[in-house]
Ligand binder design. Structure first.
Ligand code: GLU
Length: 340
């Protein structure tokens, strides 16, 4: 894992609410400045067009469950959502088919292996394992209700746009670039088909998946999308219910276990929040009941997670007391009630 460089940053105790607006702005600025100094990592290039991203770009956005917005830097620079789409498509699937079926058909356990591992499928008798690796994401996309790839795409496009609160566009250049080089994902889909895990045409499933990964978002969109999961499935900016509260809860549980590729355990240990990263440099970190942080910074660690994004999230988790596992002892005994 990258050196998160927050050893000297005090951990505020976990609280039920965010501080007042000025406090959040100051914390966001401090996290931004702190992460900006870091230049480790490398821009992804296995999808050729991603290599053209500006390595210095850095945007940070925090949206809370009241819909209040804080944006810094390149928060409106667009990039392809990539793997972060997996989280929101999974939420749409859970909403459509329910907790039990999503658990049985896609699974929720971490593989401990890279996101595009074929070995993980073989080791688990063809089970896709969890929706944050490509096998599970392809199985998820295949299970979205619809009679054709076009219908499934419509559902996904409409749903992810509702999470963001605006109609998202596809970056056709990214879509073409990935379509020309995604032989591995097509192989994974065929392998899942051979195990009876995908019942539609695998190439059509990969095409819809590749298109969902090419949706353009910015750091602000990611914060709104994450804040929708933080707010029990209601978009706090538009007021629209996008998914049920149980679905938001279940999706966050999956992200806590598997959102940061094979570094998910280290992430949870250091930051204590559900999150999801994508290889174009996006990262969304969700504080349930409070809000979410979206970031864009294309230099990645070796697992595929944005370096600056992780450092900013770690800083904010500490300074805003967001770590869901942090508590302080209740030292003062409760005051006994005295009868008048
Ligand atoms: N579209 C990419 C792939 O399937 C997503 C990778 C990612 O962001 O992890 O390889």
């Amino acid at each position: 894992m990258v050196e998160l460089d927050v050893a000297g940053v005090a951990q505020a105790s976990h609280t039920g609410t965010l501080p007042p607006r000025d406090g959040v702005s100051l914390a966001l600025r401090a996290a931004y400045d702190h992460a900006l100094a870091h230049r480790e990592g490398a821009v992804a290039d296995y999808i050729p067009v991603l290599a053209e991203a500006d390595p210095e770009a850095f945007g940070l956005s925090l949206v809370d469950v009241t819909g209040s917005v804080h944006d810094i830097g390149d928060s409106r620079v667009e990039f392809s959502i990539q793997s972060i789409s997996k989280a929101f498509v999974y939420a749409l699937l859970c909403d459509a088919v329910g907790h039990e079926q999503a658990l049985a058909t896609v699974g929720v356990n971490n593989t401990g292996l890279p996101f595009n591992s074929v070995v993980a499928i073989e080791l688990n008798d063809g089970h896709p394992m969890n929706p944050m690796v490509n096998a599970g994401a392809l199985a998820t996309t295949a299970l979205i209700p619809g009679d054709s790839p076009d219908e499934r795409w419509e559902t996904i496009h409409r749903g992810l746009s509702a999470f963001a609160g605006r109609t998202l566009d596809v970056d056709e250049v990214v879509f073409s670039s990935e379509s020309a080089t995604n032989q591995r994902n097509r192989a994974i889909a065929r392998l899942l088909e051979s195990y009876g895990r995908i019942r539609h045409d695998p190439d059509g499933v990969v095409e819809v998946y590749t298109r969902q990964c090419a949706l353009l978002v910015d750091a602000h969109d990611l914060a709104v999308m994450g804040a929708t999961l933080a707010d029990g499935g209601v978009n706090p900016v538009t007021g629209e219910r996008v998914v049920g509260a149980e679905v938001a809860r279940d999706t966050l549980a999956v992200l806590a276990a598997s959102g940061l590729y094979e570094r998910s355990g280290e992430w949870l240990f250091e930051i204590g929040l559900p999150g999801k990263s994508g290889v174009a440099g996006g990262l969304v970190t969700i504080a349930p009941g409070k809000g979410a942080v979206g970031s864009y910074a294309p230099r990645l660690d070796t697992a595929g997670n944005s370096v600056r994004g992780q450092i900013a999230a770690a800083h904010l988790s500490r300074t805003l007391g967001l770590n869901v596992f942090a508590s302080t002892p209740r030292t003062a005994p409760p005051v006994p009630e005295v009868a008048p």
